[in-house]
Design a protein around this ligand. Structure first.
Ligand code: ADP
Ligand code: MG
Length: 247
């Protein structure tokens, strides 16, 4: 039976007085979900996911994590829901790879030995052990992204959110990121991934939600929903490009 991890209840966040923002979003994320949240630029994907751990507050509606309103304990929500931002540079703050990963556990006042153990496991999982003493500013883009993920993983989150993870990545980097997401999913983390390009993950995701103009317009099995994507400005990965031009 599927267990609900996160639920949004009529979530609305309007920017200004117009029709920009997100409107009346009711969705659930199950504990074993890998959700691809598809939609063209500006449809509200980032705005929506930033509500999941309280980075943005709704005008209306609630976010329930394991049945409890996240407002009751935002620290818990931020521990249980990790967010990988589009640009890892905005996420990295420490002067060494080790300190960057240790930052979250230190804030939770874990003892030194426990922190060292957890950081070592995260370094290993993200293939960063050889870089533990490096200054993050000197890492490559791919290494920075792995570091950002390690800093989240060390908190043992139930849900990991990736916001447009494929932006600016070349093909090998996309493949290795997809494999990593698959590994994280298989090791028991729920995944929500926003993207305007569903091709790399459509056969991997357990569910797809399609957003347009701040609303969820379609939801279901990713491959079955693919034909509706083009009407919301998202490429159907099963349609050849030449055929898409003629649509
Ligand atoms: N802080 C803000 N103030 C005003 N408008 C915003 C703000 N953040 C986002 N928007 C607008 O809300 C809409 C949705 O943005 P966003 O959630 O970033 O879309 P997406 O992530 O799907 O590209 C866009 O029209 C964007 O310009
Ligand atoms: Mg966005």
């Amino acid at each position: 039976m599927e267990t609900v991890l996160l639920r949004t209840d009529h979530l609305t966040h309007a920017f200004g007085s117009g029709d920009t923002g997100i409107f009346d979003i009711c969705l659930t994320v199950a504990r074993d979900d890998f959700i691809v949240l598809a939609g063209k630029n500006g449809c509200g994907k980032t705005t929506l996911i930033r509500h999941f751990n309280g980075l943005l507050m709704p005008d209306n509606g609630r976010i329930l994590l394991n049945g409890q309103d996240i407002q009751k304990d935002l620290t818990l929500a931020r521990k249980k829901i990790g967010m990988v931002f589009q640009d890892p540079d905005t996420q990295i703050i420490a002067d060494s790879v080790f300190d960057e990963i240790a930052f979250g556990p230190e804030n939770l006042n874990m003892d030194r030995e426990e922190i060292n153990d957890k950081v070592s496991i995260a370094l290993n999982m993200l293939d960063l052990s050889h870089l533990r003493d490096r200054n993050p500013a000197t890492l490559s883009g791919g290494e920075k992204r792995r570091l950002a993920i390690a800093g989240i993983l060390v908190m043992e989150p139930d849900l990991i959110i990736f916001d447009e993870p494929f932006a600016n990545l070349d093909y090998p980097s996309i493949l290795s990121l997809v494999k990593l997401c698959q590994k994280l999913h298989q090791s028991g983390h729920a995944i929500v991934m926003t993207t305007h390009d569903v091709a790399p993950v459509i056969t991997l995701a357990t569910k797809m939600m399609v957003m347009d103009k701040g609303r969820i317009k379609a939801e279901g099995d990713p491959v079955s929903l693919a034909p509706c994507l083009e009407s919301y400005g998202v490429k159907n990965p099963f349609t050849p490009m030449a055929q898409a031009w003629a649509l």
